[in-house]
Write a protein of this length. Sequence first.
Length: 332
Amino acid sequence: MENQIQKIIQTSGLQPAQAKPLLDSFGNYFVEAHKLATKGKAIKVTDISQIVEMQQARTIRLQLAKLRVDADKTRVSLKEGYLRGGNAVQAIYNDIRDIIKPEEDRLYEQEKFKENYEAKILAEKDADRIEKLSMYVEDVSMYNLKGMSDEVFAKLLEDQKSAFKARFEAEKKEEEDRLAQIEADRKEQERIRFENEKLRKEAQERERLTAIENEKREKELAKERAEQQKKLDTERKAKEQLEAKLKADKDAQDAKDREARAKADAEQKQKEEEERAKLLAPDKIKLIDLATEIDKIILPAVKSNEAGQVIQATKKMIENITNYLRQESKKL
């Protein structure tokens, strides 16, 4: 075991003076850990009757746990005095822990074999109770089945069976009553349907007789309406002929009146045009003379391009003015 510790110390780079306390402190832990682990691995519990083996597993597990705790205390104590040796202390402890912890856990399982087995049996028993009771109870969680004795559970199961059977019989009776009521309702609906069919046929006969009477009365009314319409048509035609004659006479008179007004308007317009032409003739000549005088304007010669552009623009405006005067004079 010391060779393993020495190997860890060598890889950590510690000086011999630093390594000795580690060998002194952890050497016994390595030896004892391997001894207890070897002894513990020899224990194999496979049956609940192995009470001695389970007790031995407990004893060795507790010894391993104490050894691990002591080694951890030593680790804490030694790490406080080392800077570089801290990693070596941790590595040594880890190695000891890796030897102890798996076997400690395995021995705990051996120690608790009976408890785990009994817990499994109880869980299976509880599941069986839940399965049986759920056939008659909607929510089995309202009962503490795990803590219930076999006698109490048997009584509960029997009570729930009886209650379920009673509910089943009650529901069966209710369903039978419901079906009986449906049949009674069906017969009543059939009676009502037969009665309604009878009333429908009677109503159809009344409607047939009423239709015959209405047809007879409608023919009489139609004859009366035809005679009345013939009389109204004769009066309407006479009225229309009179209105047509009056309209023709009125249209003829209106035509004569329009012709007379048109002739008078034409004569008046011609007279007004003649008078207007007399008034406008001197002004027309004046406008033409003004355009002629403007055409006689001589624009000065200039040298610069800027002034030349102004002269050209002025010439264009003069032409527009004279053209405007001549065009407007024609309208007078």
